[in-house]
Design a binder for this molecule. Structure first.
Ligand SMILES: Cc1ncc(COP(=O)(O)O)c(C=O)c1O
Length: 353
């Protein structure tokens, strides 16, 4: 007998995008925000006292909970803090799924979901998106205990209207988790669904819109009964004292946040247009990345050539993604470097598009 449970032996670990250490790298591979967090965050971290570090943190992250509740126009009992959105996903699998209780999600999507399903030893029902990334009708009929819709979806960047997700929530017998890790860059969100449906959990991340990927902070929005159930599977102190201060300062500085998001959205429009001019197929994105299709294949090769120039984007060798590159929207300078490199690569080997 091996040391590990059979499902762990069989599981392939999640592969995060690489974090190159070299200086001068253009890093557009893990959807980090290219701009720093609010100066209020740095002040908050500098103000941490030795006493705050000596003691355990507030197990519920009360200060953040209140700030997030105010922002979303709900009571704090409707919010649960987590150690990044990924922590909430792990909790959801643990709380809702097991061998007899499957999960379901449309694909292609965030590659962590199947990994968590394997770890939890539950069946993962993958329902293909059509080419336009419309919500598949079959998703409502899987009988899964947990259905996840990533919205905006990663890696397509596409968006499904709240009304469609409301119909899905209505039809489902199990829980609908709407993964809104990238929603800060969309026009609307689905948080309102939690008022009407007792089976909806909305995931938020502070990593993208608030530039806090290194801090690890996210939160759930759901009715208090669902939050109370999820709390049974959370680590006692899942968010640390420094992260609570930092994330609270970030979410309170809405002016900085909005300006930052607008800068990313402006560059997203420019990057999309320029990539289309170069011949890539790029659907409109509602997130902080774009999915660029190399029409004649060759995406893996373009990826390697960019990496050789210290420009990192993301390539997934998964079905329907082998001919595409996922590119995080960077600063204007980073995007210019990427576009110039692509022009150069394509000029020497145009067949790659
Ligand atoms: C679709 C999606 N959901 C959730 C997450 C989790 O984000 P974090 O744990 O950084 O909050 C990510 C991170 O990249 C993501 O892409």
């Amino acid at each position: 007998m091996g040391y590990f449970r059979e499902s762990i032996e069989k599981a392939k670990p999640y592969e995060p995008g690489i974090q190159p250490a070299a200086a001068g790298v253009v890093k557009l591979n893990t959807n980090e925000n290219p701009y720093p967090p609010s100066p209020e965050v740095i002040k908050a971290i500098a103000g941490i006292s030795a006493e705050q570090l000596r003691r355990y943190p507030d197990p519920m992250g009360g200060a953040f909970r209140r700030a997030a509740a105010d922002l979303n126009g709900i009571e704090p009992e409707w919010i649960m803090c987590c150690n990044g959105g990924d922590d909430l996903l792990r909790m959801a699998f643990s709380a809702f799924c097991d061998k007899k209780r499957a999960c379901a999600y449309p694909v292609p999507t965030y590659s962590l979901y199947p990994v968590l399903a394997k770890v939890q030893n539950c069946r993962a029902i993958e329902v293909p998106f059509d080419d336009e990334y419309n919500l598949p009708a079959k998703l409502a009929k899987t009988g899964a205990a947990l259905t996840i819709v990533c919205n905006p979806n990663a890696p397509s960047g596409t968006f499904i209207a709240a009304g469609e997700l409301a119909s899905l929530a209505d039809e489902l017998k199990g829980v609908l988790l709407v993964d809104e890790a990238y929603v800060d860059f969309a026009q609307t969100d689905c948080a309102g669904l939690v008022r009407d449906f007792d089976n909806v959990v909305v995931l938020r991340s502070m990593s993208k819109g608030y530039s806090l990927a290194g801090m690890r902070f996210g939160y759930a929005i759901a009715r208090p009964e669902l939050i109370a159930g999820l709390m049974k599977v959370k680590d006692s102190y899942n968010v640390d004292a420094v992260a609570i201060e930092a994330a609270t300062a970030a979410i309170k500085d809405q002016k900085y946040f909005k300006e930052n998001v607008e800068k990313v959205k402006t560059e997203r429009t420019r990057l999309t247009e320029q990539l289309r001019n170069l011949g890539f197929g790029v659907p409109d994105s509602f997130s902080n990345f774009v999915l660029a299709q190399c029409r004649n294949g060759g995406a893996a090769d373009v990826y390697e050539k960019l990496a050789g120039r210290n420009i990192f984007v993301r390539y997934f060798s998964y079905p329907r993604l082998e001919d595409k590159l996922r590119i995080t929207v960077g600063t204007p300078e980073q995007n210019d470097k990427l576009l110039a490199a692509l022009k150069d690569i394509l000029a020497t080997e145009p067949s790659q598009l």
